[in-house]
Design a protein around this ligand. Sequence first.
Ligand code: HEC
Ligand code: HEC
Ligand code: HEC
Ligand code: HEC
Ligand code: HEC
Ligand code: HEC
Ligand code: HEC
Ligand code: HEC
Ligand code: HEC
Length: 324
Amino acid sequence: MKYQAIFLAIGVLLLLFGFAHSEQQGKGKSQAERIFARATEDDYMGSEACASCHEDVSKGFAASPHAPLMAHAGLPLDKQGCEGCHGPGRIHQAEENAEVIAFRKMTPEESSAACMRCHGQTLSEVHWKVNEHKKAGLSCVSCHQIHPTSDPALTGVKKGNAKDARSPIFVANVDPKAMLKADEATLCGSCHGPTLGDFKHASHHPVPEGSMVCSDCHTPHPTKDAKVRKDALKNNCVTCHTEMAGPFVFEHDPVSGHTGDGCLECHQPHGSNNPKMLNSVSRGLCSQCHTDKLGRHYPGQTCWTAGCHVASHGSNTDPRFLKH
Ligand code: HEC
Ligand code: HEC
Ligand code: HEC
Ligand code: HEC
Ligand code: HEC
Ligand code: HEC
Ligand code: HEC
Ligand code: HEC
Ligand code: HEC
């Protein structure tokens, strides 16, 4: 009897959930999807029609990497030219219910959905949903700019001085790629000011010098690897520093990744005032784990600069890392 009641309760719950779910799916269409869904073939005017009123924008668009990709006459109408992004011109010009897709004026959700109509290959919707930036209310156009002529409007940067975000320490000028609003140091730094500060330290990854960018380490878009994102970030050090990856005859646990945060147990990722971006330049670095070696074992020196454990990453000849 008791079990029957439980099954009944579960059944009712499932049913309710089912209703709620299907209702959500009905509402789930984005503004962009709704505009294109109500369009008929006659609603499309072609890109030339836009130029008569939006002359400057239209001229500038030719320089956008998107322009040639969307110029092909064989594409379906809802993927062609200006209208492929902004919606059919006659709906925009209609007497009643006029609507146009205005990316920077829409909510971040609606705006991103309008890009995602075509960018399912770049990232899946599920992956975008778990993205830190999506959760923080950003959209694709927080970082990307489609029209070379539009105002980049960087968050946290005063108008007319787009270089404010970068401290003078960022000496190199790097051309923005992938239609970003600005080079990555400026773009990412406009919101992550304190991180730019990390690169001021004496020992740092050469981002200010222009030979690295933030996205060499950070994946701005989640991909199929999103689940292991954190882990991937941790392990990506050895994609460049292959010599630290071993394998060594005698591995050091934290380096080979079996303990804690791997490389980050001893190094800062961006920069540090200690040499070699170390977290600390005292024996404390090692004794956070080797607590027994805190005081009595060879006092007054660090474990590696004393000329002893010089092979902190692992050794092929010495189990105590005394030699390489
Ligand atoms: C007859 C003139 C005319 C034509 C043709 C026209 N537009 Fe517009 N468009 C306007 C006017 C007027 C506005 C409103 C401007 C404003 O509010 O600042 C506007 C607004 C827009 C906006 C919103 C801008 C924003 O950020 O608020 C977009 C996007 C746009 N048009 C795209 C297009 C595209 C794409 C086409 C071609 C399919 C097109 N327009 C054709 C007159 C026109
Ligand atoms: C790949 C998508 C895409 C295509 C194609 C596209 N636009 Fe845009 N448009 C945008 C986005 C995104 C913005 C917001 C500003 C930006 O990112 O440059 C925008 C902004 C605008 C604006 C508002 C003014 C401004 O600078 O903010 C107008 C008007 C406009 N587009 C017209 C056009 C016309 C006309 C064409 C064709 C020549 C066109 N767009 C093609 C995505 C697109
Ligand atoms: C109508 C289809 C369509 C829409 C809508 C669209 N794109 Fe694209 N976009 C493409 C195609 C096709 C490519 C080339 C293939 C690729 O990289 O996926 C492309 C390429 C790109 C690239 C890479 C360019 C490069 O230099 O490598 C970026 C960045 C991009 N799109 C951003 C956006 C953003 C942001 C939006 C929304 C404002 C958007 N796209 C809307 C079709 C579209
Ligand atoms: C936090 C900033 C940021 C946001 C938000 C963002 N992007 Fe990007 N995007 C980048 C950076 C940086 C690159 C270049 C590095 C790279 O290729 O991975 C890039 C590259 C791209 C590319 C070209 C390379 C590729 O992976 O195919 C496309 C297409 C693209 N973005 C589309 C989008 C779309 C669509 C959205 C919204 C769903 C979006 N981006 C949101 C920063 C961002
Ligand atoms: C428009 C502002 C903005 C831009 C541009 C931006 N971010 Fe962010 N970013 C945020 C916000 C807000 C968060 C949410 C967490 C927080 O408050 O730090 C975040 C989170 C992150 C995180 C995760 C932080 C954590 O604690 O796990 C990383 C890593 C990151 N951003 C890197 C980047 C990189 C790399 C770029 C450039 C490609 C970039 N961001 C561009 C606003 C921005
Ligand atoms: C050499 C690889 C590398 C480069 C280059 C890099 N990062 Fe990071 N970043 C990391 C790692 C690893 C972490 C994780 C730190 C942790 O978990 O303690 C991180 C953490 C962050 C965080 C989270 C907050 C924090 O400081 O822990 C932000 C935000 C961030 N990075 C932004 C940026 C920006 C912006 C740039 C470019 C100016 C950049 N990163 C360049 C590897 C890198
Ligand atoms: C995209 C390639 C790349 C990745 C990924 C990368 N590095 Fe580096 N790393 C470099 C370059 C380039 C230098 C500078 C080498 C030079 O100046 O000779 C460097 C230098 C260093 C240095 C020496 C700094 C000094 O002052 O001599 C350390 C330590 C270091 N990286 C640790 C790390 C750690 C830890 C990670 C992972 C969080 C990491 N690296 C990820 C490219 C990379
Ligand atoms: C147990 C602490 C520890 C861990 C974990 C660690 N390192 Fe180091 N690393 C050091 C020490 C100590 C030095 C300085 C060695 C010296 O000055 O002779 C160093 C130096 C470096 C250097 C500079 C080498 C040079 O000759 O200039 C790089 C690059 C580096 N580490 C990368 C990494 C990478 C990548 C990882 C993760 C796979 C890692 N480290 C993990 C302790 C560590
Ligand atoms: C995150 C923790 C951690 C840090 C930090 C760390 N180690 Fe280790 N280390 C280990 C572990 C775990 C082992 C394996 C211990 C075992 O097998 O009993 C090990 C083994 C060793 C060994 C081999 C001899 C032995 O005790 O087995 C030496 C030598 C050593 N570490 C030196 C260092 C030095 C030098 C530093 C600082 C540059 C350092 N360690 C930092 C965790 C750490």
